[in-house]
Design a protein around this ligand. Sequence first.
Ligand SMILES: [Zn+2]
Length: 115
Amino acid sequence: MVGRASVDESGALTLALGECVLANGATLVLSDLPEWRRETVEAVGVAWRENAVTLRRRGEDIRIRTYFDVVATRELCPCGMLGRDGARCACTEPMLDRWEARCRELVRALEAGGR
Ligand SMILES: [Zn+2]
């Protein structure tokens, strides 16, 4: 998501740019937010807030500027049927409560970006 830096056998530095850099000047969409790992969402939040991605390789930082917006999407419930015409949601109240808590946690992680 944020990228990777590596050095090959000849000593040449290779950068694998992640979506945060590739989204420069555009909008990065985190679809199905509850499916994302918290650490990944935090890393996106850091890049979004700092307008940069920092890749570390053998103690050396490589900073790449990136400017992007973030949009996160989610289903209304874990089974995905809530709010759909003619569909019946199979989720229980505890499931919906956990779903909402998970979504709130990830939005906070995105906004805080590791703070
Ligand atoms: Zn449901």
